[in-house]
Design a binder for this molecule. Structure first.
Ligand SMILES: [Zn+2]
Length: 187
């Protein structure tokens, strides 16, 4: 089967070297990076975050941490995963952040409409049924986002590996208003 015969428009584009509309999404990112690097000036910073803060947040595509928090290049560590959950691996990153790179504040950000609210721990069981192996990790799904933020704060505060657990605050980012709402750790 000849793909070029089926896709005459794409073949024509490729042969003329026109702007890449036929590349993969990764090609598009690499192209964007070339433009970025053109105007990039070495900021001359070392790896220690200027504001001495680490932000742990959900990977959600609607949450632009730098814009939402007024952060500049070099200001903070950003640690992201599905849910912004404080897993062992997040503790690993926070430990390195604090002990090797001198951050001391931790900000936790979950958000409205998180994909993890739609899942349950059955997800693991279904995976096991499908692939014949149960994942070693928990799904960390939740029903109550505030409660999940509280649990994340608690995991950071009680970690024996961290040097600084006095300035740990948790928030819910509203994906429709762009506003953060702080979660009271005590309620
Ligand atoms: Zn999320």
């Amino acid at each position: 089967m000849s793909t070029s015969a089926n896709l005459p428009a794409e073949s024509a584009q490729a042969s003329t070297g026109a702007a890449r509309t036929d590349g993969t999404v990764t090609d598009r990112l690499v192209d964007a990076n070339r433009l970025y690097a053109k105007d990039f000036a070495d900021p001359g910073m070392d790896a220690r975050p200027v504001l001495r803060v680490a932000v742990v947040a959900c990977m959600d595509a609607r949450l632009d941490l730098h814009d939402a928090l007024g952060l500049e290049l070099g200001d903070c560590h950003t640690i992201r995963n599905a849910g912004g959950v404080v897993t062992d691996d997040v503790i690993r990153s926070l430990t390195i952040s604090q002990r090797a790179l001198q951050t001391r504040s931790v900000v936790l950000i979950h958000h409205t409409g998180c994909g993890l609210e739609a899942l349950t721990e059955d997800f693991r069981h279904e995976l096991e049924m499908e692939v014949g192996q149960r994942p070693s990790w928990a799904v960390e799904s939740f029903r109550d986002v505030d409660q999940d933020v509280r649990q994340s704060m608690q995991r950071v505060r009680t970690s024996p590996f961290l040097l600084h657990t006095d300035d740990v605050r948790g928030f819910v980012f509203d994906v429709s208003t762009g506003l953060l709402r702080e979660v009271d750790p005590a309620s």
